[in-house]
Design a protein around this ligand. Structure first.
Ligand code: ZN
Length: 91
């Protein structure tokens, strides 16, 4: 996947909504890990339902769209975000 650095999703300025894809689950924090297909930002979805959790287990090989923006907690941009994911850290 390529990401366009020029796209600033989720800002009033650009007025573009993030386009979240579920990537995987994060067991320690019991959350889903999502990534924006447009800007590459990571986010987490906490307290997934049992169905959401079991769907996401297969997402590593088949990422799928996530449309409940209100439940996405966007993580700070960081080249280490993928390794440093800790759902409970960001507020
Ligand atoms: Zn985005």
């Amino acid at each position: 996947m390529r990401y366009d650095e020029g796209i600033k999703c989720g800002t009033d300025e650009a007025g573009i909504a993030h386009e979240w894809l579920v990537l995987t689950t994060f067991l320690q924090g019991f959350c889903l890990v999502v990534k924006c297909a447009k800007c590459g930002r990571h986010g987490v979805v906490r307290d997934p339902s049992a169905a959401e959790w079991s769907n996401a287990i297969g997402a590593a090989t088949r990422p799928y769209g996530w449309h409940d923006d209100a439940r996405v907690k966007i993580l700070p941009p960081s080249p280490f975000a993928g390794k440093a994911l800790r759902c409970q850290v960001w507020g």
